[in-house]
Design a protein around this ligand. Structure first.
Ligand SMILES: [Zn+2]
Length: 325
């Protein structure tokens, strides 16, 4: 088969799989809720995203496989309306509103333990919902274009699907039940956090979870394979005049999270440190268009490399500074 013919067939298959994925319905994440989830935002559109938007748009991670393949996988961030960016199918309309209203519309208070808990719950919910969506989409894609993959390509693709399956079947149910126990009991001592406020809008917004072990994660997991994977949530919430940065983790991971409890708003390299976490660890970053467009192309490519390699070691000053800080 000619390469151009093969690409055409792959594009058609990806287009079909993407359409199916857009139509797919999921149940609300709240335990015992039987309603379908709506498309909600892990980063609130009004307030958080609109505070960094220009012409109602931001740069955000591409989620659409069809567009990604067409763009040659080079640009991981693309200009999107704030209606599209950071969307996930997580909760029904009632739960999405009732659970997260305390931290929306400018009410987020970094000293309030319940608010920090809600940032953790939202980050885990986003991670879970995007992974279940991704897992089903990968199966669709495989069924459409399997015969066009090389043996190696197929093996790599299936291996990434296996990691997601383990997360969905083992890690996520464990964490979500722990989270809803805390939500019901209001026992905030089961979480810990380090949250602070920056006195300006830094032009970037993000909600994500990552391993506190970073590059040491695989070797830790090899020795602790029966345990759920440790993680920490990281939220960057800008508004007109300030930005809230919150690291939140389960108290049971305290031993692994020392590095994050020591981050201090007054340390000299703080803007580089936060910039590094945002661009190396976040899978859901949104950036103000004028801020992203002025970054030189070699710097953008370097940032994309860091985004792509989840276990790359990156010292804070090696990632080009994007934040308006
Ligand atoms: Zn619900």
């Amino acid at each position: 088969m000619r390469e151009s013919q093969r690409k055409k067939l792959i594009m058609a298959g990806l287009g079909k799989a993407q359409k199916r994925s857009n139509r797919r319905k999921y149940k609300c994440i709240h335990p015992n809720c039987k309603l379908d989830s709506i498309k909600s935002h892990s980063q609130q559109k009004k307030g958080q995203l609109s505070s960094i938007a220009e012409d109602s748009s931001v740069y955000a991670m591409r989620k659409n496989m069809y567009q990604m393949f067409n763009a040659g996988m080079n640009d991981l961030l693309s200009k999107q309306t704030i209606g599209e960016a950071s969307r996930y199918k997580g909760y029904c309309n009632a739960h999405d509103t009732s659970i997260f209203s305390p931290i929306e519309n400018g009410n987020l208070d970094i000293d309030n333990p319940e608010h920090n808990f809600l940032l953790l719950l939202r980050a885990v919910s986003y991670e879970y919902a995007s992974k279940r969506d991704m897992y089903d989409r990968q199966k669709d894609i495989l069924s459409q274009v399997e015969h066009l993959f090389s043996y190696e390509g197929r093996k790599n693709y299936e291996a990434s699907g296996y990691g997601i399956k383990v997360f969905l079947e083992k890690d996520a149910p464990y964490y979500l039940s722990l989270l809803f126990d805390i939500y019901e009991s209001k026992n905030w001592s089961k979480i810990q956090y380090n949250s602070f406020e920056i006195e300006k809008n830094i032009g970037v917004s993000s909600t994500t979870c990552f391993s506190p072990l970073r590059e040491d994660h695989p070797s830790w997991m090899a020795e602790n394979f029966e345990k759920p994977q440790p993680f920490i949530s990281f939220s960057v919430v800008p508004d007109e005049s300030k930005t809230i940065v919150a690291f939140v983790w389960f108290a049971e991971f305290a031993d692994l999270c020392g590095e994050y409890s020591r981050i201090d708003i007054n340390q000299e390299d703080i803007s580089n440190v936060i910039n590094t976490y945002i661009f190396c660890e976040s899978e859901d970053v949104c950036v103000r268009p004028s801020l992203w467009e002025k970054i030189p192309i070699p710097d953008k490519n370097m940032i994309y490399r860091h985004m792509g390699e989840s276990d790359s070691v990156s010292s804070a000053n090696k990632v080009p500074l994007v934040l308006d800080w």
